[in-house]
Design a protein around this ligand. Structure first.
Ligand code: TYD
Ligand code: MG
Length: 461
C-alpha cells in the first residue's frame, strides 16, 4: 500500500512545505505550519494519463467535455437574490449559480443567524439545504421559531461527513447548499481531527467539486480564531469564488459584512446589519450610525465621506494629540493605517508648519469602521490640528481629499456623490479638492475647493 505522504501547510496562507519550519516563507507568519496528511489511497488513485479510460466520473456522472468559449451558455449566470438587500449588494447582486461563497467571522458574529434567515426566505421559492454540524436540528428549529421565520419549506440536516452530505444533496438537488461550519466537517480517508488544515482543505475541496459539477450555490461558514488552533479560512481562499466577512464593529450591536474577494462583483462593498432580539436586520442608511449623535463641538473630531464599494459612507475621525512625556512619541491609529498617519504628520510639519514630533498622536475611526481610502487624508490632518490647537471645527462641516507629499490636495473619485450624501445628512459646508467641485451648486451646501494644503489652513484661520 502506498505510504501516506506528510506535508506541512501554513494555516494562514496555505503554502505547502515538505519539512516543518518555524516561519512561513510566503506570508512570514510564525508558528503557523501544521502537519497535513494526504489521504492514504491518494497516491494509488492518481490517474494514468496514457490510458484514456481512467477518467473518474464526477458527481453528475458524466465526463467534462471540451467546449468553445463562444459556445458556453451564458444565461446560466443567473443571480439568486437572497432577499436581504445588504447581503445581495456585498455579493455583487446575489448568489451566482455554481459559485462557492465563504462567510467568515468570529464565533458569535451572527453567521448562522444570517444564513438561517436568508435560507428560510429562499426556501419559499427554490429548493435549499441547510447543513449544520454545530447545532442539532432542534436547536435550529428553536431559533427559527424564536425569530418568527417561515419554517415550512426549509430542509435541514445535522451532519458532519461531507461524503454523506453530498450524497443527500445529490438526492435532494438543492439550488443553494449551506455548510455550517467547515471547521467541523470531515472528509473520507483523512485521519486528522476536524478543524485541522488537512480536514478543512479536503472537505472544502470535496464540497467545491460537488458545487461546480452540479451548479449548486455553496455557502461555507468558516470561523476565524485569533490563535491558530483552528485552520483559518485563509487556506480556502484560492478555492472559492467569493469571501465575505461578518464583523462586529467594536462591541456594538452593529455588524458589517464586507467582501474580501469576489469573482462576480466589486470588493470592499460594505453591508451593515444590526443584531436585535429578532435576529439580524438590515441597516439601510449606515451613514447615520457611524456619526457621533451629540451636537456639541469637540476638538479633534471631524466628519469625512469615504467610498465603500458602490456608495458613500459618512464617518467620524477623532484625534487626540497630547504632549509625549518620554522619549519616542507614539502614533496610534485605530481603523486607519499607522504609516499613513505618520506621512500626514510629516506633510503637516513640512507644508503646514505645524510640528508634532514632541506629541503623542492617537487617531480613531468611530464605530469600528476600517478606512482603506486615501480620501480620509485631509480629515486626518485637520482632526490632528484641531486637537493640537484645542479648536473644534463646526459640526456641520465635512472634509475629504487626498494629500500629496508636496502639500497638494488631490481629487478623489465620486466627489459629487460624496457631497450629496453629506448634504442629505444635514452638513452645510464642505472643504474638498478643487477638482472635485461640483459643476452645479448643491442645495444647502457651501463648497470650498482648494488645490493646496496652505489654502485649506488659510480658510480655517
Ligand atoms: P450566531 O449566528 O450563532 O453566530 P455564529 O454562527 O457567527 O457563531 O449568533 C450568535 C450571537 O448572536 C449570540 O451572541 C447571540 C446573538 N443573537 C442575538 O442577539 N439575537 C438573535 O436573535 C440571535 C439569533 C442571536
Ligand atoms: Mg454558528
Amino acid at each position: 500500500m502506498a505510504k501516506a505522504k506528510t506535508q506541512f501547510v501554513c494555516s494562514d496562507c496555505g503554502a505547502d512545505y515538505s519539512k516543518w519550519q518555524g516561519q512561513c516563507t510566503e506570508c512570514k507568519a510564525w508558528n503557523t505550519l501544521q502537519e497535513f496528511r494526504e489521504a492514504k489511497g491518494a497516491v494509488a488513485r492518481q490517474p494514468d494519463f496514457n490510458n484514456t479510460d481512467t477518467q473518474r466520473s464526477g458527481f453528475t456522472g458524466s465526463r467534462s467535455q471540451l467546449q468553445k468559449l463562444s459556445d458556453v451558455n451564458l444565461e446560466e449566470e443567473i443571480r439568486i437574490r437572497t432577499g436581504m438587500g445588504e447581503f445581495d449588494r456585498v455579493l455583487g447582486g446575489g448568489l451566482v449559480s455554481g459559485s462557492v461563497v465563504l462567510i467568515g467571522g468570529h464565533p458569535g458574529a451572527g453567521k448562522s443567524t444570517l444564513l438561517l434567515q436568508t435560507l428560510c426566505h429562499l426556501a419559499r421559492q427554490l429548493s435549499v439545504l441547510y447543513v449544520s454540524g454545530e447545532e442539532s436540528v432542534q436547536q435550529i428549529a428553536l431559533r427559527a421559531k424564536r425569530l418568527s421565520l417561515p419554517m415550512d419549506d426549509l430542509a435541514i440536516l445535522a451532519e458532519t461527513s461531507v461524503e454523506s452530505i453530498t450524497r443527500t444533496a445529490q438526492e435532494h438537488r438543492p439550488r443553494v447548499l449551506v455548510i455550517d461550519s467547515i471547521q467541523v466537517m470531515h472528509a473520507p480517508d483523512i485521519e486528522s481531527a476536524p478543524g485541522s488544515v488537512s480536514q478543512v482543505r479536503e472537505s472544502a475541496a470535496w464540497l467545491t467539486r460537488f458545487a461546480k459539477q452540479t451548479g449548486t450555490v455553496l455557502v461555507i461558514v468558516g470561523h476565524v480564531t485569533k490563535d491558530g488552533s483552528l485552520a483559518g479560512p485563509k487556506v480556502l481562499e484560492h478555492m472559492i469564488d467569493a469571501s465575505v466577512m461578518l464583523e462586529s464593529s467594536g462591541d456594538s450591536r452593529f455588524r458589517t459584512l464586507r467582501a474580501i474577494k469576489n469573482r462576480f462583483g466589486a470588493v470592499n462593498e460594505l453591508g451593515v446589519f444590526a443584531m436585535l432580539d429578532v435576529g439580524l436586520k438590515e441597516v439601510k442608511n449606515p451613514s447615520s450610525i457611524f456619526l457621533n449623535k451629540s451636537t456639541e463641538q469637540s476638538p479633534g473630531s471631524i466628519v469625512t465621506v469615504v467610498w465603500e464599494g458602490t456608495r458613500p459612507l459618512l464617518i467620524e475621525l477623532q484625534a487626540l494629540v497630547d504632549g509625549a512625556n518620554m522619549g519616542h512619541p507614539r502614533r496610534v491609529a485605530v481603523g486607519l493605517d499607522t504609516n499613513r498617519l505618520s506621512m500626514i504628520l510629516a506633510i503637516l510639519n513640512r507644508h503646514g508648519g505645524v510640528f508634532t514630533g514632541d506629541q503623542d498622536v492617537f487617531l480613531n475611526v468611530v464605530g469600528g469602521v476600517r478606512v482603506t481610502e486615501t480620501s480620509a487624508d485631509l480629515a486626518t490632518l485637520l482632526a490632528v490640528l484641531s486637537s493640537l490647537r484645542d479648536r473644534p471645527l463646526p459640526r456641520d462641516w465635512v472634509v475629504f481629499g487626498e494629500l500629496g507629499l508636496n502639500g497638494e490636495l488631490r481629487p478623489v473619485p465620486n466627489g459629487q456623490e460624496r457631497i450629496i450624501e453629506a448634504a442629505k445628512h444635514g452638513f452645510r459646508k464642505a472643504i474638498i479638492p478643487k477638482a472635485n467641485q461640483p459643476k452645479k451648486p448643491i442645495d444647502g451646501m457651501a463648497v470650498v475647493g482648494a488645490t493646496r494644503l496652505d489654502e485649506v489652513l488659510e480658510a480655517l484661520r
